[in-house]
Design a protein around this ligand. Sequence first.
Ligand code: GLN
Length: 446
Amino acid sequence: MSDYKEYFDSWEAKIGSFIEVKEEDLTQRRKDAKVFAVKDNIAVKGMSISCGSKLLQHLKAPYTATAVQNLIDAGYTPVGKTNLDEFGMGSSTDNSGIQQTNNPWDASRVAGGSSGGSAAAVAAGLVPFALGSDTGGSIRQPAAFCGCVGLKPTYGAVSRFGLTAYASSLEVVGLCADSVGRTKEVFGVMKGADPMDQTTYSPPPAPPASGRGVTGKKIAALKIASGILDSAIQKGFDEAKKNLRDLGYTIEEIDIPALQFAAPAYYTIATAEASANLARFDGVRYGKRPDWAENPDELVEKTRDEGFGDEVKLRILLGTFVLRSGFQDRYYLKAQKIRAGIKEAFEKVLADKAAILMPVFPTQAFGRGEAGLSAFAQKAADIYTCCANLAGLPGLSFPVGVENGLPVGMQLLGAAFDEDSLFGIAGEYEAAHPFPHPEGWKDWWK
Ligand code: GLN
């Protein structure tokens, strides 16, 4: 037990993945592997719900999210809250207003984001799984950067009740985990209809027959022009295709031209929804408020000016811009048309394929400062993840190798409500090519 505590403390000093830890629960319940961590924008009664924002730092959740409650009812115990980019806005976790999280493979690099705390905690072996939210890639991308499994479920498969909204039509609660088997098990417990979230399905519509049976061994792979992916990611992509062929899959290269518009459409819709969702943070009902204000307007203004970080302010402004009166046709409605086009293109491919294989992100975990990626480049790089959110489809990312001392992740996208096909393929892959771990990692969760 104390071994584990030492292990936990020494890793945590290096990576900073937790905003809050219930140490007693973590160490006492460790043995049965039923503990888990929760991204700090998903409510667990009595625990932190900072959303990575100074505005909500020290706020405690008054209720528990349905996805978490389903796990508690099945005997699992939430033991901590993990760091994130403020309100889920980012791809590094460096946009957190609370603390910095580092990559367990190389502490000078980012963990990815926005669920960077969850991915880093799992990859370092501190917990067997951790919940996250994925609005445009926030589970799959940090999972790829840190070297663990990341599942973004079908939109509507898992309740969003208790998830602090960023862009409601895009996001879903999912998880990072240490194996495909564990991901499948936890997803099975978390999912299901919830009267508190009208976008959940009961019963879920049946996935198209394509995912299984005759076409079960057919996979599509996204055609990507050379020079777009970093060499390590290109190599991992090529190897993943070869390894899947060796496992008996046939792979057909496909092109989805509409994808070139995915990131602009995503940022138009996500910021529009964010500008409305974040209007509730006014300092009146909860959260930090300024020491002094002359009148209510000034109270709201000061609260938001002092509480929100730059990226959040930028996105609220962008969202307000695309929604301003008389201009919806130019941005928002155009983005919705692109969204429909991407959904249709994916559905066509998935009508007779079990899944689509593609990279998660064009680079491995990036560094900071000079070795980093500009805020704009990070957004453009969301192309391979945000398309699944636009289409509402499930995506599973998993490690396929190590290059330059850092993990390389690939993802499989599937038909709506056909997570099982993704678990099937990635599970076979994992059995043939066991997932890598950072130096100093130990398996406490067998
Ligand atoms: N990187 C994307 C963004 O910054 C994804 C965020 C997310 O999924 N929460 O919006």
